[in-house]
Design a protein around this ligand. Structure first.
Ligand SMILES: [Zn+2]
Length: 319
């Protein structure tokens, strides 16, 4: 028998940094950050209790990104995240980040990705029980079309044993999925594997648009519950949802944790998977998310195993 699987398909690098590393990097790089101590960094990276929207949640990323403009820093934080995941018992993880958010210090997106690959490979060498892939995120916005196109080119260039797919992240409520037709036309032309954040801060139509791009995986996708036809389609087409319950509560996709539709989606036959989204920002990890599945949503161990199996089947690195 193979060992027990513990899988993270949806995890953002910049939302999962160690606060003390951000503090150390700011000192090392001589950057003035808006924080007075490692504890203060932690406080400012974590989502506030009264967070109201995805946009407000995304403001938490400004601080960590300040120290992620150098290759050595990107390599270090990628290595550390692999280390943290390995220590948590994760056996397979896909870590995602937007290379275009680390180019203000003069790095190219290729160089950003090379640094992350080095960090991931070093992590896997030191912790051989974990396999890690990297997903390159395009960003929702209205002035970064070229940067997104470059991300797709970079993904094509480095697609291999570590870089495994393209995604789009950011403010779904402000920049709808249908704005990114040219980006995903390119992704498809190159035959790159993809996943798309959708149905988080926008409704079922955003998910339909994502599906029209050819994706078989959707980040979050909780809005599907509003639309029985869409739920049926997700089941029929075997679409996998990367669900992050705690994060969805923080961004007010649901008002109360117990209102989250993960149980209803699972019972309807949708291939739902359990993910952290942002370990630091949302003060979580995959084991905490699994505990919520047991305690809040009443999933049995067999059902949890089923979701791990869904995740395993939907992984991008198949060999
Ligand atoms: Zn996400």
């Amino acid at each position: 028998m193979s060992e027990k699987k513990l899988i993270e398909l949806h995890l953002h690098l910049d939302g999962s940094l160690r606060p003390e590393t951000v503090w150390e990097l700011s000192k090392e790089q001589g950057i003035a950050i808006p924080a007075s101590s490692p504890e203060d960094v932690k406080f400012k990276m974590e989502v506030p209790e009264d967070c109201k929207t995805l946009e407000e949640y995304l403001e938490r990323f400004a601080l960590p990104l300040m120290v992620l403009q150098r290759a050595d820093a990107i390599e270090r934080v990628t290595f550390e995240l692999v280390e943290d995941l390995a220590k948590e018992g994760v056996t397979y993880a896909e870590i995602r980040f937007a290379p275009q958010l680390s180019v203000s210090g003069g790095l190219t997106q290729d160089q950003v990705v090379e640094a992350a690959i080095r960090g991931a490979e070093r992590g896997m060498k030191e912790y051989p029980r974990i396999r890690v892939g990297l997903i390159l995120c395009c960003m929702r916005g209205d002035t970064n079309q070229e940067l997104n196109m470059q991300t797709v080119e970079t993904a094509k260039k480095y697609l291999g044993s570590v870089v495994c797919a393209v995604d789009i992240a950011g403010a779904e409520g402000l920049f709808p999925t249908e704005m990114f037709v040219p980006v995903f036309a390119k992704v498809r032309e190159y035959g790159l594997p993809m996943t798309i954040h959708a149905g988080e801060a926008a409704g079922p139509d955003s998910m339909r648009t994502a599906l029209s791009y050819g994706t078989k995986r959707i980040g979050h996708g909780v809005a599907a519950i509003e639309d029985p036809e869409l739920v049926k389609r997700l089941v029929e087409e075997g679409i996998t949802l990367e669900v992050s319950v705690t994060s969805n509560y923080h961004t007010k996709v649901v008002d109360r944790l117990e209102d989250h539709p993960i149980r209803r989606l699972f019972d309807a036959g949708v291939r739902v998977t359990i993910n952290s989204d942002n370990m630091t920002c949302s003060r979580t990890n995959v084991n905490k998310e699994l505990d919520l599945m047991r305690t809040v949503f009443g999933f049995t161990e067999e059902e949890i195993e089923k979701m791990e199996e869904y995740a395993w089947e939907a992984r991008f690195l198949k060999n």
